[in-house]
Design a protein around this ligand. Sequence first.
Ligand code: PMV
Length: 295
Amino acid sequence: MSLAKAFAPGKVILLGEHAVVYGYPALAGPLEQGITVTIEPSKTGGITFQGQEGLSLLEHVLRKCAQSFRVSNVDASITGDLPASVGLGSSAAISVALVRAFAQVARINMRPQGLLDRALELEQEFHGSASGVDHHVAFERKLIRYVKGKRGQPLCLSRQIEMVVWVVEPRGSTRERVNEVKRRYELDSERSKKIFQSIGELVNEGVDALEKGKLKEFGATMNDNHSLLQELGLSTPRLDDACERLRQMGAFGAKLTGAGGGGAVIALFDDADPMVSNLGALGEKAFVARWEASE
Ligand code: PMV
């Protein structure tokens, strides 16, 4: 019998990655796919761990979480259907699911802000200076406009939104990409600021378009955001090519999602299922992300 079980979803950033680190808004939403943490009484004593990738870092984060809740003598397993290390928020999902599971084991009835703060502390172990967008989405499980240091504002959608998420290629760490952007910022802060500001404006335009169900307008903000990420040196030939193919398939817009330098792209369609089937038939790894109209 398990002592606790908690799930947290992965995420996609629809608009605004990287600029969000510098205080500009971003738009991000949860995926169906996510991470489940299961905690059982220990068979061997101490804290043991079963999981897949990045074992030592995961073990370190797990121990840190257990310590902060003063829990010992447990076995924890981390499972999930979320592709790791491609910009879909697996580390934030692990952080949020761990905190929720350990709060259950410790029988602590924490306020949401307290849980969020602990999840962000764990997320810093993975990412360094993360903006917090990933773990806010994993926590709120809603499509949100997010500004660093603030609670996410849920969008009020007038219709269902569907996107193709296409996992194109492996990539390096978020920390490396964030540091690369910082180096560019330090070399030419005026240029970087202008790009971040333009990204922030696109996010505000995009939020407005999406709430009104104007898919064509929203798609245009995605395309423009991709171009600005290219200017920041964050795209790759394969990501560019994937975006172009999705546009040719009829997408309203397409862009890379997450830290870049590889990873996944997203594209907005009226009906995303047939596109995912087409990509699947070509041997590509793709799935649908869907957000329902608000009540
Ligand atoms: O870890 P990723 O690929 O989902 O990227 C996170 C988004 C960034 O804006 C690049 C970093 C951050 O902390 O917001």
